[in-house]
Design a protein around this ligand. Structure first.
Ligand code: DX5
Ligand code: ZN
Length: 223
């Protein structure tokens, strides 16, 4: 059976005065996950939302909340996000002193555990961890802001990650985040990605649901 490309619209580009409506719209339109970008103003130069907003989103979410933590010391605060109702939690390998420990904390709670890599971090750093995670997130922009351009080298990086996972006998979902649209989606899916995060290419369009489905179809077309 053909694999399905999963869509995780990022509410970072939605209207923050109407987040509940934005979540309703895309989940009714077929979103598989709701991608929530948490930024702490230290690890990345931007400050977004935290546990209270995730708790509120959880009340309206009918699909899993995919929480992308762009924060320092995730080991100290990961419990806040778990308690708030995060279903998937992805931490940055670069920001965790004890990466294995924080991933185990997430898994033990029953949530899905993901690890993310910035554009400058080679996939090889994950060799000892890919068998222990549910998801690997390849950042195809530098984290911190929506609406940036896709870094072309990310496609090859996804390929290298897929090969590394195969070599380790691991099969985490591969997610790509940053500059994903109908043009870049087929490239990363061809390389092995199966979860696409898209913010501005969904929520900055007149019809976010049609935009999201167009991205999925573009990715799905190469499978
Ligand atoms: C960036 C965030 C992304 C962001 C993507 O640091 O992790 O999830 O919302 O936005 P677009 O799709 O506009 O590049
Ligand atoms: Zn993100």
């Amino acid at each position: 059976m053909e694999e399905r490309v999963l869509m995780a619209p990022s509410i970072l580009s939605a209207d923050f005065t109407e987040l509940g409506k934005a979540v309703d719209l895309v989940q009714e339109g077929g979103a598989d996950l709701i991608h929530v970008d948490v930024m702490d103003g230290h690890y990345v130069p931007n400050l977004t939302i935290g546990p209270p907003v995730i708790k509120a989103l959880k009340r309206v979410a009918t699909v899993p909340l995919d929480v992308h933590l762009m924060i320092e010391n995730a080991e100290d605060s990961v419990d806040w996000y778990l308690d708030a109702g995060a279903d998937w939690i992805t931490v940055h390998a670069e920001a965790c002193e004890h990466l294995h420990r924080v991933l185990q904390t997430i898994k033990t709670s029953g949530a899905k555990a993901g690890v993310s890599l910035n554009p400058a971090t080679p996939v090889e750093v994950l060799g000892d961890i890919v068998s222990d995670v549910d998801l690997v997130l390849i950042m195809s922009v530098n984290p911190g802001f929506g609406g940036q351009s896709f870094i072309p080298r990310s496609t090859e990086k996804v390929l290298r990650l897929a090969a590394l996972c195969a070599g380790e006998g691991a099969s985490p979902l591969i997610q790509v985040d940053g500059g994903i649209d109908t043009r870049t989606a087929p490239k990363v899916v061809q390389a092995g990605a199966r979860v696409l995060v898209a913010g501005s290419a969904v929520f900055c369009e007149d019809d976010p649901v049609a935009a999201m489905e167009a991205i999925r179809e573009a990715g799905q077309s190469v499978l």
